[in-house]
Design a binder for this molecule. Structure first.
Ligand code: UDP
Length: 236
């Protein structure tokens, strides 16, 4: 199979269908924009399963995603997309870079969800940008930013409900979007504990990649717990 792209945690391959690609999840974990790196056995399979379950749930709810089907433990077939060059971060509570920016405690409530854009560019370290800058630099039209914001808030709402049903609080998350062959804007990439902050409702224990980022503990047992809760809620 022809390899199309190799990212930090996934590799993409061409298939015999023009508009479909195979995504293979790896065991590599990175943080600090790739400066911290480890191989963690089992991580690829867990994120592949978690993303497959969540994207199938969103597809069923009428939220269009790139996901077509899970193929095996570590791979899934997805629609080929032309990617939007920004990462979209939605937050429900303060954590991570926003908690640091305002020097406030992690977990503090926000009056309403926030939507942020980060321009995808490794050399520039994915800088924070706003819709006006994206428009003025010819990167993204204002209407597209508006569309992304509304779409991201809608997905956030669907995910809050999903995680609530399995006793997890959704603190924040990162989305990536793209245009399919018909020019429709749809959700792409992955949604997993690598790309969301999710805390156990009762204990407020972190069930996500912050355990790796800040050396708080092994990620495999917590990712397994997330997968198990999703599996029993969504496949019953
Ligand atoms: N995030 C991500 N990839 C990135 C940056 C952030 O998936 O390259 C996710 C991260 O897991 C968290 C949310 O986006 O759920 C907000 O991240 P934040 O801006 O707080 O950055 P951090 O402090 O995690 O670097």
């Amino acid at each position: 199979m022809e390899k199309l792209y190799e990212g930090k945690a996934k590799a993409l391959y061409a298939t015999d269908q023009a508009n479909e690609i195979l995504v293979v999840y790896s065991n590599q974990a990175t943080a600090l924009n790739g400066k911290k790196k480890s191989q963690i056995a089992g991580k690829g399979a867990l994120n592949n399963e978690i993303t497959s379950l969540i994207f199938a749930y969103l597809n069923e709810k009428g939220i269009p995603t790139q996901f077509i089907r899970q193929v095996d433990e570590v791979s899934q077939v997805v629609k080929a997309l032309k990617m939007v060059p920004v990462e979209v971060v939605v937050r429900n509570r303060l954590a991570g870079s926003l908690a640091k920016k305002f020097d406030q405690a992690e977990g503090s409530p926000l009056k309403h969800p926030t939507v942020e854009y980060y321009y995808k560019n490794d050399e520039l370290n994915d800088p924070f940008v706003n819709a006006s800058q994206l428009s003025a630099l010819g990167i993204l039209e204002l209407e597209t930013s508006d569309e992304l914001e509304a779409f991201a808030l809608k997905i956030n709402q669907a995910l809050i409900e999903l995680f609530d049903a399995i006793d997890l609080d959704l603190i924040d998350m990162k989305f990536e979007f793209g245009w399919d062959s018909e020019g429709q804007l749809i959700l792409g990439d992955e949604i997993s504990p690598d790309t969301c902050r999710i805390w156990d409702k009762a204990s407020q224990q972190k069930m996500d990649k912050d355990n790796f980022r800040h050396d708080l503990g092994d990620i495999i047992p917590v990712y397994q717990e997330v997968a198990q809760r999703l599996r029993s809620y969504l496949t019953k």
